[in-house]
Design a protein around this ligand. Structure first.
Ligand code: THU
Length: 129
């Protein structure tokens, strides 16, 4: 499947404009190409109970499930200036759960696989041992 990174970046930037981030003033947008060919996106949604804030990746993964959009093939994330942002550790785990084999991510050091950004991951198969 061809990955149009520019379209993904634009989807992440549009999602970022929908962020609800009044506490951190750090809006984030995330977008992914999926195995169905869909582009899905998400934004961070914070809460007055600060620790309950949802990362953009949480919203993206919820959209993936709601839209029956398959698995994640390519992922990018951006900050309020449209600059590339790395997913936090917790969100790497969220992405891993829904990753197609060889999910690739745009990172500050180039395109990397999910295994490179979350090596030796805990995952669903560990529950069956
Ligand atoms: N944030 C994300 O949405 N995704 C990440 O991967 C990194 C952090 C959000 C959480 C919080 O709303 C804001 O960025 C500042 O940490």
């Amino acid at each position: 499947m061809t990955i149009d990174w520019q379209s993904l970046r634009e989807a992440a930037q549009l999602a970022m404009t929908k962020a609800y981030a009044p506490y951190s003033n750090f809006p984030v947008g995330a977008a992914a190409l999926t195995t169905t060919g869909a582009i899905i996106s998400g934004c961070n949604v914070e809460n007055a109970s600060y620790g309950l804030g949802l990362c953009a990746e949480c919203s993206l993964v919820s959209a993936l499930t709601m839209q029956n959009a398959g698995k994640l093939v390519a992922f990018t994330c951006c900050d309020k200036n449209g600059n590339l942002l790395m997913p936090c550790g917790r969100c790497r785990q969220l992405l891993f759960e829904h990753a197609a084999p060889e999910l690739v991510l745009e990172t500050s050091s180039g395109i990397k696989t999910i295994a490179e950004v979350l090596p030796d991951a805990f995952g669903p198969s560990d529950l069956n041992r």
